[in-house]
Design a protein around this ligand. Structure first.
Ligand code: KIV
Ligand code: ZN
Length: 500
């Protein structure tokens, strides 16, 4: 009989912490509903004390989903725990995730404390959280670099205090797979409450050295029964372990004998939805969900795959929800086809919102032959800019080889019209210079990424930008079949986010 691995998704907490990936509450609900459909066991919905936005999102996500446990993060601080408990009021199944750093460097430099005092604070936090909820998860931050013997004492103490899950994060992504696997094994062998089934161990691995999934698997093989993961592996710095990798490894390697509740056919649509809402492109060669993950380009591979797919494919793309026949819509596709495709991608639209998106879809279909999932998600999210104070009215650019580019731009700023023109060493430079004549502020373009256009010269170009203003960096996104317009839209998106 196989064992069960619980999937704890932290896309909406650890993933959402990434600069530029912030979602509003409506978008978070969309992701949470899709995670529920995907079959995750626990959704970490936020860190309620950190901001009113996070507090509110935990409340709204709790109302919106039914089956998964909703988890809220706290430090080992009573006020954090009070606020988390309040935010979880509407959750049908609730969990408080509290914890403290346990490595020597955290104890000394972060807490200016000592090992015994940290155990006392950990136990007090778990006991305090238990006043509110039965299900309490404890995290030993930087457990990856915590001495195993001391870590076992911490885990033993918190299990005795009532923790139901003990999270062993490799916070810095430092561990080697064998080292991390041995850590889990050591805890399983030295903490009585774990072998007695009073609590389970959880992995939470970061990918700084590209070993997050390998470490997670080593943890699972050695006894962890919960894995903390994110969609597309998004997360701080190099990211977290990706959900799709763990789910598909366990599906492909049946010999490990561990199952999850993940409906793998929902993996690809979930990946697209998260990438689109967070404006975070997926690298083309990303395992399972990258655009090239199932593309065989070498002649030898193509020949083999045509003879029998098993020669070079270890998974059927359909098993992760990639179905070539269903992902292309054209100008002849009706409203129902669009609605259906959006629903597969986790976006439910009806009435006026559907009508608006369908109109935009028809306009885009006039400009490009085939509309793919990314385009559809972009269109569905287009009204995210509707509330912006500054909008692009028009843009005209003259450019060419051997001449300076000239741009004329029109902006609508809360209903008032402004125009300016400028020349530059290229069309984007000219357009941004013209824009800056209207928006006269000290701002600097720090990063400018044009996402690769996958199919044809008529494809929608996506631009990600970072603009520094008043000591802060703002992230913007633009998408258009015209790449210069997409660039200006991304710049305007940044400006609309300026705090003052
Ligand atoms: O990486 C980490 O240690 C964390 C904890 C807060 C769980 O995200
Ligand atoms: Zn983390």
């Amino acid at each position: 009989m196989s064992d069960r691995l619980y999937i704890f998704d932290t896309t909406l907490r650890d993933g959402e912490q990434v600069p530029g990936c912030q979602l509003n509450t409506i978008e978070k609900i969309q992701v949470a509903r899709q995670l529920e459909a995907l079959g995750v066991d626990v959704i970490e919905a936020g860190f309620p004390i950190s901001s009113p936005g996070d507090f509110n999102s935990v409340i709204e996500i709790s109302k919106a989903v039914t089956w998964p446990t909703i988890c809220a993060l706290t430090r080992a601080v009573t006020k954090d725990i009070d606020v988390a408990a309040e935010a979880l009021a509407y959750a049908k199944h609730k969990r408080i995730h509290t914890g403290i750093g346990t490595s020597d460097s955290h104890i000394r430099y972060k807490f200016n404390s000592n090992r015994e005092e940290i155990i006392e604070r950990a136990v007090a936090a778990v006991k305090y959280a238990k006043r509110y909820v039965e299900d309490v998860e404890f995290y030993a931050e930087d457990a990856g670099r915590t001495d195993n013997e001391y870590l076992a004492r911490v885990i033993d103490a918190v299990v005795k205090a009532g923790a139901t899950v003990c999270n062993i994060p490799d916070t810095t992504g430092y561990c080697l797979p064998e080292e991390f696997g041995n850590k889990i094994k050591y805890l399983m062998e030295h903490v009585d409450g774990l072998s007695a089934g009073k609590a389970i161990l959880s992995t939470h691995c970061h990918n700084d050295l590209g070993m997050a999934t390998a470490n997670t698997m080593a943890g699972i093989i050695n006894g962890a029964r919960q894995a903390e993961v994110t969609i597309n592996g998004i997360g701080e710095r190099a990211g977290n372990t990706s959900l799709e990798e763990v789910a598909m490894i366990l599906k492909c390697h049946r010999g490990i004998g561990i199952d999850t509740n993940i409906n793998t056919q929902k993996i690809y649509p979930t990946s697209r939805l998260v990438s689109s809402l967070m404006n975070m492109p997926v690298q083309p060669n990303k395992a399972i969900v990258g655009r090239n993950a199932f593309a065989h380009s070498s002649g030898i591979h193509q020949d083999g795959v045509l003879k029998n797919v098993q020669t070079y494919e270890i998974m059927d793309p359909k098993d992760v929800g990639i179905d070539d026949n269903s992902i292309v819509l054209t100008a002849r596709s009706g409203r129902a086809a669009l609605k259906h495709r959006l629903s597969v991608l986790g976006v439910e639209l009806d009435g006026e919102a559907l009508d608006k998106t369908y109109e935009a879809f028809l306009r885009l279909a006039d400009q490009k032959k085939e509309i793919n999932d990314d385009d559809i998600l972009m269109l569905a999210g287009a009204d995210r800019t509707a509330s912006h104070a500054i909008k692009l009215d028009y843009l005209q650019v003259t450019t060419g080889m051997g001449v300076r580019s000239v741009a004329c731009i029109g902006l609508d700023i809360t209903g008032e019209k402004f125009e300016a023109s400028a020349s530059g060493n290229g069309p984007v430079d000219a357009a941004i210079k013209a824009l800056k004549r209207i928006i006269n502020r000290q701002m600097t373009l720090k990063e400018f990424t044009i996402q690769a256009i996958s199919k044809g010269s008529d494809d929608v170009g996506k631009v990600h930008m970072q603009v520094e203003y008043d000591g802060r960096v703002y992230y913007g996104f633009g998408a258009n079949t015209d790449i210069v317009t997409a660039s200006v839209e991304a710049y305007i998106d940044c400006i609309n986010k300026f705090k003052k």
